[in-house]
Design a protein around this ligand. Structure first.
Ligand SMILES: [Zn+2]
Ligand SMILES: [Zn+2]
Length: 137
């Protein structure tokens, strides 16, 4: 067991922690993940349930099940709408959106799934002009 990695929602109502060692970090470009995140892809870390715990606000986490989805689900803070970890349907793992983490998980994404479903406007980050903060206009 490594040091705990903490995560929380934007408003701070919900907080959770995960324990290492972690493995399985992927970007998902499927249309559901794009809609849920409002972004080009989800960044998901798979955490065995025994390595995950809610620190506060679990009652404020609402799960959404899509009847037609075999694996996919989502959860969010009912106060601020931040994406929150959700339990896989087989009950074995929590899918944790890396964007919700407050600490560096150490692990880095190693692959993308549903890249064939990527948004038409998606471009590789390496092709973008980079600014450390908001550029001066
Ligand atoms: Zn919140
Ligand atoms: Zn997806």
């Amino acid at each position: 067991m490594g040091e705990a990695i903490r995560g929380s929602c934007v408003c701070g109502t919900v907080a959770f922690r995960i324990e290492g060692p972690l493995r399985g970090f992927q970007y998902c470009h499927c249309s559901r993940c794009r809609k849920k995140t409002g972004s080009s892809n989800a960044a998901n870390i798979f955490v065995p349930v025994g390595q995950f715990s809610w620190e506060r606000g679990e009652a404020k986490v609402k799960r959404f099940e899509l009847p037609t989805a075999k694996y996919w689900s989502t959860a969010f803070c009912t106060d601020c709408g931040s994406a929150m970890p959700w339990l896989t349907k087989n009950g074995k793992a929590m899918v944790v959106g890396a964007g919700g983490l407050d600490d560096d998980p150490g692990l880095r994404p190693t692959y993308s799934v549903f890249f064939g479903s990527r948004a038409p406007w998606y471009v590789h980050v390496s092709d973008l002009e980079m600014h450390e903060t908001l550029p001066q206009s």
